[in-house]
Design a protein around this ligand. Structure first.
Ligand code: ZN
Length: 96
C-alpha cells in the first residue's frame, strides 16, 4: 500500500530505473497546463510551462512574447485586435 500522501492523483506516477537497477515508482509534481489564446483557444508559443515557484525567479521577457497582448492572445488574434483598436481610434468611437 502506498503512503497516504501518494494515494492522491495530484502527483504523476512514473516508473524509473534506480541506480541499483531496480525499477521503482516515483511521484512527481504535474506540470501546469499549456497557456491558451484568450480569443481562439489556440496554444500559445514561446511560453514555458513553469510552476509558480519556477516562474518567480525568471525574467518577465522569458515568460511571454514581447509584443502587445503577448502571453494573452496568439499572433493572429493580436494582429486582428491591434487593427480593430486602430480603426476604433480613427473613427472616434474609442473610450479614451
Ligand atoms: Zn488566438
Amino acid at each position: 500500500m502506498p503512503a497516504p500522501r501518494h494515494r492522491s492523483r495530484s502527483l504523476r506516477r512514473l516508473q524509473r530505473k534506480m541506480p541499483g537497477g531496480k525499477v521503482k515508482k516515483v511521484y512527481l509534481a504535474r506540470k501546469p497546463s499549456r497557456p491558451k489564446c484568450a480569443e481562439c483557444g489556440e496554444e500559445l508559443h514561446g511560453i514555458p510551462r513553469l510552476s509558480k515557484v519556477e516562474a518567480k525567479n525568471m525574467p518577465k521577457s522569458k515568460k511571454r512574447t514581447e509584443r502587445p497582448y503577448g502571453g494573452f492572445l496568439c499572433n493572429q488574434c493580436a494582429r486582428k485586435k491591434i487593427k480593430e483598436d486602430a480603426r476604433l481610434l480613427g473613427s472616434g468611437l474609442a473610450k479614451a
